[in-house]
Design a protein around this ligand. Structure first.
Ligand SMILES: Nc1ncnc2c1ncn2[C@@H]1O[C@H](COP(=O)(O)OP(=O)(O)OP(=O)(O)O)[C@@H](O)[C@H]1O
Length: 237
């Protein structure tokens, strides 16, 4: 029981079916330890995005239980969902910034949506801009930024609310290898501060860069390594 309590995320016999199709995810069981770093790998179409959507509450399981922060997410009253979602930051491959808002306003968005008074918005946004190295681009709109710059803004937006879990779905898919390393450094530094990080990626170079990370592999909708054990990362794809 103590081990279970320590898990910030627990999937119990989770299945996911879209509409009346076959199950996209079946019998998924795993736990994520608070403060650990996880990579999720698997072939295209194996179900990585689907699993992450269950984790950040964009999708409900068709069966089984998704337990977050010790609570069954499936029975949470609707009113508590926004508060729960704020505890999980999400980064996407395609950035998903609001195009007509400046970098500054994109990063400020989660605070403003949460009703943080304007007087308390500027300092954390500036801190985030400095952290991702983009203070000088604060007034720029996303379409005028490079992919790497957009992703750093997206990461700043994902973590400005100090989430306990950061979920990233192929976050380096649209940037060059040098920028991928830089993004990974940001995830590492968050993880060192205690954030639980889950990164779905095909990039074995990145995986090899964090030898202490836990590895989860999904094959045709089933987790093939849910032990959470430390592993020797593969040396090539
Ligand atoms: N909204 C949806 N409706 C119906 N089927 C879906 C939906 N989303 C995903 N699927 C199907 O579920 C399966 C798993 O998709 P998913 O996007 O989770 O895989 P993935 O491992 O993330 O793939 P990739 O690496 O290509 O992003 C695929 O067969 C996909 O077509």
């Amino acid at each position: 029981m103590a081990a279970l309590m320590a898990n910030i995320v627990q999937f119990e016999n989770v299945g996911l079916r879209y509409g009346s199709g076959p199950e996209t995810l079946s019998d998924v069981n795993f736990g994520l330890k608070s403060g650990a770093f996880y990579f999720l790998t698997g072939a295209s179409g194996a179900g990585k995005t689907s699993l992450l959507k269950l984790l950040y509450l964009a999708q409900r399981p068709s069966r089984g239980v998704v337990r977050l922060f010790g609570e069954d997410a499936g029975v949470l009253p609707r009113a508590r969902l926004p508060g729960f979602r704020r505890r999980i930051g999400v980064v996407f491959q395609d950035f998903r910034l609001v195009p007509h808002l400046s970098a500054y306003d994109n990063i400020a968005l989660p605070l403003r949506v949460a009703g943080v008074p304007e007087s308390d918005v500027e300092a954390p946004v500036r801190e985030m801009l400095a952290w991702v190295g983009l203070i000088e681009r604060s007034r720029a709109k996303p379409p005028t930024l490079s992919g790497g710059e957009q992703q750093r803004i997206a990461i700043a937006r994902a973590v400005i609310g100090r989430p306990e879990i950061l979920v990233a779905d192929e976050p380096t898919g649209n940037v060059d290898p040098a920028m991928a390393e830089r993004l990974l450094h940001l995830f590492e530094s968050l993880n060192r501060l205690g954030t639980t990080v889950v990164v779905a990626t095909h990039d074995f170079h990145l995986i090899n860069r964090i030898p202490t990370a836990h590895m989860m592999r999904i094959e045709q909708g089933r987790l093939s390594d849910a032990t959470g054990a430390l592993r020797n990362p593969p040396k090539s794809a």
